[in-house]
Design a protein around this ligand. Structure first.
Ligand code: GLU
Length: 508
């Protein structure tokens, strides 16, 4: 394959949905696998939908995921600028070219006239209620008005749009790498607006012109753009660019966890998982939407999970580094049917990364969480706690929820547990144990474990009467890792002081 040039072409209309990240990822992997180029193009021609901060958010998200573009708005690529608003002046000539070659026409219809036409077709049931090869001849455009009248309107500065003149009877055939041959009859398509009198192109014109000028070889994008693809094919033909037409690959939808419909932000809110890579604050309402990064996901886990939403390697392997993905990825292994999002599986991925990431890195992340709460501990102890606890959690911040007792002695004791497990003799047993603990040297988990065993054997105090109370004294609840491990980390002094405190405080 010649080196592909692919692009991710988001519109900055809000935060990037995880489906958008997947589109970017598949473009990136495809480019890297074949030694090609990955471009970022910002499609911001629709000023009405422009949302401040969205472009920055998109770039931050891609960077967080490690999807660095080779050419984009902030690079000096040979085909720039890469922000459509900065290319505005280039599009007019292409609209003119289509007008001159008879592939497009001026239309002057008012919104009321358009509405009237739709209603009329609906009531007459004569076809699709749209501006198309049938209805255009009853509308106000350069096909129905005289040349003089058209000129007069243009010089008078009337509002106009340039519409594509869809061929009346043509079978549009498109080879999609994922979907195979897609055929559409041109009479079903409407005459889309390509350009407006304010000098702005619409998505269709700008998108096709830029793909052509930027020498894009493969258009890899979401399924929602499949209905636009026949028009894009017709545009390539009308411009005479057929030989440089890119290959298309329309990716399957991301579906709700129950498989019913497209995954939306509302599902995330309802079921408690992020749908955005990074936290997003709506600039107008101030409303915050959660992000994978802020929810404690490793970027590698997020990318790994996203990679498998639509693509499969053909084996059972589920964990991949980005380099493995680059090697293995192929569009041929992307499915047609929607990919169901499974929030539990997302957590599973994170857990896998949490237990396999070098312990020092996890500890560093954990330290940041502790810093945020004003908690401190020595580096060696931090490593030990991280090592001991990470098997039990999915996210780094959860380490604190699960291991908070290492940093602060319990203030309260789980009442339910105490009622069941703490008897008046527990305090007596524990105070006897303190004498034994005082003698342990070094105060390591193994030594503690043996001492506890010995204590149980020599005193005849049943383990069931001692251990739950001991746990309650050290942790404050009935949960947590192995007791001797906890004591070794807390140290002799702290362990003994917690036991004494509990012996005094807990009364049942
Ligand atoms: N600007 C479009 C979007 O927001 C791009 C679609 C395409 O890739 O052609 O998704």
């Amino acid at each position: 394959m010649t080196k592909p040039r692919v692009r991710f072409a988001p519109s900055p209309t809000g935060p990037l949905h995880m489906g958008g990240v997947r589109t970017a990822l598949y473009n990136y992997l495809f480019a890297k696998k074949h030694g090609g180029h990955f471009l970022l193009r910002i499609e911001d021609t629709d000023q009405n939908r422009y949302v401040p901060g969205a472009e920055q958010y998109i770039m931050d998200s891609l960077r967080w995921c490690g999807l660095q573009w080779d050419e984009g708005p902030d690079t000096d690529g040979p085909y720039g600028p890469y922000r459509q608003s900065e290319r505005k002046d280039m599009y007019r000539q292409y609209a003119m070219q289509l007008l001159e070659t008879g592939h497009a026409y001026y239309a002057f219809d008012t919104p009321e006239e358009l509405e009237e036409m739709r209603k009329r077709i609906e009531s007459e049931k004569t076809g699709n209620p749209q501006y198309d090869s049938r209805s255009r001849l009853s509308m106000k455009n350069s096909l129905t008005l005289s040349d003089a009248e058209v000129q007069q309107r243009l010089t008078a500065g009337s509002n106009y749009v340039v519409r594509f003149k869809t061929p009346e009877n043509e079978e549009v055939v498109l080879e999609d790498i994922i979907r195979g041959t897609v055929k559409v009859q041109s009479w079903q398509l409407d005459d889309k607006v390509l350009f407006k009198s304010d000098g702005m192109p619409t998505y269709h014109l700008a998108n096709v012109v830029d793909d052509y000028l930027m020498k894009i070889t493969h258009v890899i994008r979401g399924e929602e753009w499949l209905p636009s693809a026949p028009l894009h094919v017709l545009l390539y033909k009308s411009f005479g660019w057929e030989s440089s037409m890119p290959q298309f690959a329309h990716l399957p939808l991301l579906l709700k966890p129950d498989g019913n419909g497209k995954l939306s932000k509302r599902d995330g809110d309802r079921l408690g998982f992020p749908v955005f890579p990074l936290q997003w604050t709506d600039p107008y309402t101030g409303e915050k939407s959660s992000g994978y990064r802020e929810s404690g996901y490793f970027k590698e886990a997020f990318v790994n999970m996203i990679a498998l939403m639509g693509w499969n390697p053909g084996t059972d392997q589920e964990l991949f580094t980005i380099h493995e993905l680059m090697e293995l990825f192929s569009l041929e292994r992307v499915g047609k049917s929607g990919a169901k999002f499974d929030p539990e599986k997302a957590k599973w991925f994170n857990h896998q990364y949490l237990i396999s990431t070098p312990i020092e890195e996890v500890a560093k992340d954990f330290e940041k969480v502790l810093d945020g709460k004003g908690l401190k501990t020595e580096p060696e102890k931090l490593l030990k706690i991280t090592e001991l606890m990470r098997e039990r959690v999915n996210f780094v911040p959860e380490l604190l929820t699960q291991a908070g007792f290492f940093f602060e002695a319990p203030e309260n004791y789980d009442e339910n547990f105490a009622r069941k497990k703490w008897t008046p003799e527990t305090s007596v047993f524990l105070l006897r144990l303190v004498e034994k603990l005082n003698l342990i040297n070094p105060f390591y988990a193994e030594e503690i474990h043996d001492a506890l065993q010995q204590f149980i054997e020599t005193t005849g105090i049943p383990a069931g009467k001692l251990m739950p109370g001991l746990r309650l004294a050290l942790v404050g609840s009935g949960t947590g890792p192995e007791i001797s491990q906890i004591m070794a980390i807390l140290g002799k002094g702290e362990s003994i002081s917690r036991i004494k405190r509990a012996a005094e405080k807990i009364m049942v």
